[in-house]
Design a protein around this ligand. Structure first.
Ligand SMILES: *Cc1c(COP(=O)(O)O)cnc(C)c1O
Length: 472
C-alpha cells in the first residue's frame, strides 16, 4: 500500500533540519563524550533514512510520533552507539565448525598473539639484518622454519593460498598450458575458482580426464610443446565416491620428471602434522607432498595449520627463486603482523606433539568428546541456577565439523546444549544470540538451537550462560 501524497508531504514537513536536531541533541547533555563529526554524521543519516523511507512509496508504517524530537533523539542515540563501537568484533563460535571462514578461520595460539603485540607495538627488524646493519628480506624470518617443517629447499609466503596459486601460475605458466584433471577444477566456498584464478594469471587451462576418472595416460597424452606445468589440486570441500580414479602425486611427479615439466600441488589445507593419530581422516601433510617430489606445494596458513591468513609456497629453489623475482610477489607480500603470527605458530610445531596443545584449531579438533561434554554440563548448570522459566535446554550429542573447506566428510563427535524458548521461535532465539554482547553464533537443527561446545573456550561458557539467562 502506498502512502497518499498529501500524507507524505505532511510527514516530510515534520522532519527537522539537521542543525535543529544537533542542537536538541546537545541540549540533552547526553552526547558530550561523542566527537562532533560523529554526532553530525549520525543525525544526517537518521534524517536521510526517514526521508528515504517516506519517499520510497512503500508504507513503512512511519508515524508522526517517530518524527518528534524525543523519539528522533532515541534513534540518534542508537545510531551513535553503532558508529562508536568497532565493526569487527569478537564472536563466540558455538557452531562447532572449527575453521569457520566467516568467523575468521583459525584462532591464534598464545605464542602467535604475544608475537603480534610485541612486534606491532613498536619497530622490528622486518627487513633489517641486525648483525650487519644492512637490508634483509622479510621472507627470511619464515624460510628456515618452513624448510625444517616440510623438508623443502625453499619457501615463500604471500597473502593467502589463492594468491600463492595466482603467483605460481603467473610466474611459471603465463601464456602457456597448465594440465589439470577435470575432477580437480574446484570452487572453494569463499569464491575461489581455480579456472578463474588461472585465467587471471594468463595461464591456459588444459583439462584432462573426466569428473570422476583421470589416468596418468590422460596427462601424458596432453603434454605438448606449450605445456608449462602439471597441476594437482586438493578437492578440499567435496569428495567423489564410487567409480573414481585419481593419479597419485608420486606418479605425476614421475611423468613431470620424464618430460622436464614442473609438478605443482595446491594442497588447500596443508597440515604440518599427521592427523590420523588424533582420529581425523588421513590427509597427507605438506611434508609428504615435498618428499614425493612435487616441485612446488601451496597451502593456507589459516586452515589446518591454525595460523594467521597467509599462503605458503614450498618447494625447490629453482622455482621459488623465479617466484620471488616476479612483480606479483611484491604485490602479494605479507605484513609484519602476519609474519610475527606465522613465525610463532610455526615455532609451536617444532615439537609436533605439543602443537596439539598450543595451536587452538588442532586442540579443538582433537579434544575428546568427554571433555567437550564437561563444558556443556557446566553451561547447563549455570542455566539450572538461573532458573529462567521460558528456557528449555538439554545436553545432547551431535557432530562438529572442521570447516574451511577442509576434511568435508569428517564428523567429530561433540556435545551441544540444545536450547528452545517458550516465547521465541528458534530462529528468533538464534537472532537474539547473534546480536548479544558478545555475539553468540549457534546452529539451528530441527526446531532447536544447538550451541556446540567444541568451539567454545572454557572462559566463554559463563558469558553464554548470562546471555541466555538474560533473555526476555
Ligand atoms: C582453501 C583453498 C584455497 C584458497 O585458499 P585461501 O587461503 O582461502 O586463499 C585454494 N585451493 C584449495 C584447494 C583450497 O582448499
Amino acid at each position: 500500500m502506498n502512502i497518499p501524497d498529501d500524507e507524505k508531504r505532511e510527514l516530510l514537513r515534520l522532519i527537522p533540519q539537521v542543525n535543529e536536531l544537533v542542537d536538541a541533541a546537545n541540549n540533552t547533555g547526553d552526547f558530550e563524550e561523542i566527537p562532533r563529526p560523529v554526532l553530525l554524521q549520525a543525525v544526517r543519516r537518521v534524517l536521510a533514512a526517514f526521508r528515504e523511507l517516506i519517499l520510497s512509496n512503500e508504507d513503512a508504517g512511519i508515524t508522526a510520533r517517530e518524527l518528534e524530537m524525543d523519539s528522533l533523539l532515541m534513534t540518534v542515540t542508537k545510531r551513535v552507539e553503532g558508529m562508536m563501537g568497532p565493526s569487527l568484533r569478537r564472536v563466540i563460535n558455538a557452531t562447532g565448525v572449527v575453521l569457520h571462514t566467516n568467523l575468521g578461520r583459525a584462532p591464534l595460539s598464545p605464542g602467535a598473539l604475544d608475537a603480534v603485540t610485541e612486534i606491532s607495538r613498536g619497530y622490528c627488524n622486518l627487513e633489517y639484518r641486525l648483525v650487519t646493519g644492512d637490508r634483509y628480506s622479510r621472507q627470511e624470518h619464515l624460510d628456515m622454519l618452513l624448510c625444517w617443517l616440510t623438508g623443502a629447499e625453499s619457501a615463500l609466503v604471500v597473502n593467502n593460498n589463492a594468491a600463492a596459486v595466482l603467483l605460481v601460475l603467473a610466474a611459471l605458466a603465463r601464456g602457456r598450458e597448465v594440465i589439470v584433471s577435470r575432477g580437480q577444477l574446484v570452487e572453494i566456498g569463499d569464491s575461489f575458482r581455480l579456472p578463474d584464478i588461472m585465467r587471471h594469471s594468463g595461464a591456459v587451462l588444459k583439462e584432462v580426464g573426466t569428473t570422476n576418472r583421470t589416468s596418468l595416460a590422460d596427462y601424458g597424452n596432453a603434454i605438448g610443446p606449450e605445456t608449462a606445468m602439471l597441476m594437482r589440486v586438493h578437492p578440499s570441500n567435496f569428495r567423489i565416491m564410487g567409480y573414481t580414479e585419481e593419479v597419485p602425486l608420486r606418479d605425476l611427479v614421475g611423468l613431470g620428471r620424464q618430460s622436464h615439466i614442473p609438478v605443482v600441488e595446491d594442497l588447500g589445507s596443508g597440515s604440518l602434522v599427521e592427523l590420523d593419530p588424533h582420529g581425523l581422516p588421513g590427509e597427507h601433510t605438506a611434508g609428504v607432498s615435498v618428499a614425493e617430489g612435487a616441485d612446488l606445494v601451496t597451502f593456507s596458513a589459516d586452515k589446518l595449520l591454525g595460523g594467521p591468513q597467509a599462503g605458503i609456497i614450498v618447494g625447490s629453489d629453482e622455482y621459488v627463486v623465479a617466484l620471488r623475482k616476479h612483480p606479483l610477489a611484491r604485490a602479494l607480500r605479507v605484513d609484519k603482523m602476519v609474519i610475527a603470527a606465522l613465525e610463532a605458530t610455526l615455532r609451536d610445531y617444532l615439537d609436533p606433539e605439543s602443537a596439539w596443545d598450543k595451536v587452538p584449531a588442532l586442540r579443538m579438533m582433537a579434544e575428546s568428546e568427554q571433555s567437550v561434554r564437561k563444558r556443556a554440563r557446566r553451561l547447563e548448570r549455570i542455566l539450572d541456577k538461573a532458573g529462567h522459566p521460558g528456557l528449555d535446554y538439554a545436553v545432547v550429542r551431535d557432530v562438529s565439523r572442521v570447516g574451511g573447506g577442509t576434511l568435508p566428510l569428517a564428523e567429530i563427535p561433540s556435545y551441544c546444549l540444545s536450547v528452545s524458548h517458550s516465547g521465541l521461535s528458534p530462529s528468533k532465539l538464534e537472532e537474539l544470540l547473534r546480536n548479544a554482547r558478545p555475539p553468540v553464533v549457534g546452529r539451528l537443527k530441527e526446531d532447536r538451537l544447538l550451541l556446540d561446545l567444541r568451539t567454545v573456550r572454557g572462559d566463554e561458557v559463563s558469558a553464554i550462560g548470562s546471555i541466555l539467562a538474560g533473555l526476555p
